[in-house]
Unconditional design. Structure first.
Length: 226
């Protein structure tokens, strides 16, 4: 099966004045469609930089990134933004929901951004996704009216609402207690198994990584074990 995501000799160097810091050193990975992959490593190992490169939030210093057949490393910033909008769903540690919008409103905004022309999506599709994540009774609640676990589930619903090729999750349970962490990880597993959703998750938590099909371990900007 061809890889839905592939990097070849990916490097990223940050420059501040005359000081250079090499965050990634020749990272080559491949992820097949339908995999649930964890990227693990100590703080400063480069895993978050890698995730931001995979999501088109940063451009590499060298190397290639192929997402669902499109080369992120050879396009303009505007084209990279378009690929990100069409192909990638994000789940962040801090939820990043719009506080003035309801759960349904946050999903509707994601649909409009995905459409790129101000168009909206399907109210039934939004209800279906919220039902799947056991949030059907929270559809009209704003983030401050939700628990941390519920907010993260809304963030997950927002990530999957437009059927992205890949979900990128950055420490998605980092701000949750053990009970809510378990609920969110179970939701990830269900999305992966029921809908063959490809997921790449950054985590430092071995228990979270146990939910994944495969673990990629990083150290000092390089992959040291798969």
């Amino acid at each position: 099966m061809p890889a839905i995501l592939q990097t070849e000799n990916l490097s990223k160097t940050y420059r501040v004045g005359k000081v250079e810091t090499q965050a990634l050193r020749g990272v080559s990975i491949a992820v097949e469609a339908g995999e649930f992959v964890a990227i693990m490593g100590q703080s400063g190992c480069g895993k978050s930089t890698l995730l931001h490169l995979l999501g088109g939030l940063l451009s590499p210093t060298s190397g290639t990134i192929i997402i669902d057949g499109e080369d992120l490393s050879k396009v303009s910033d505007a084209q990279r933004t378009d690929i990100r909008r069409r192909k990638i769903g994000f789940v962040f540690q801090r939820f990043n929901l719009f506080p003035t919008l309801t759960a349904d409103g946050n999903l509707k905004l994601a649909e409009r951004i995905h459409a790129g022309n101000g168009g909206g999506g399907s109210a039934e599709r939004r209800r279906e996704v919220l039902r799947l994540l056991k949030l059907e009774n929270k559809i009209n609640n704003k983030p401050l009216e939700l628990s941390g676990g519920e907010q993260q589930r809304v963030a997950l619903a927002r990530a999957v609402i437009n059927n992205p090729a890949i979900i990128l999750a950055d420490e998605p349970t980092g701000n949750l207690d053990s009970e809510n962490s378990r609920i969110v990880l179970d939701m990830f597993s269900e999305l992966n198994k029921k809908f063959n959703q490809t997921i790449i998750m950054i985590t430092h938590n071995p228990e979270a990584a146990e939910n994944c099909n495969r673990i990629i371990r990083m150290r000092d900007g390089a992959v040291v074990e798969e």
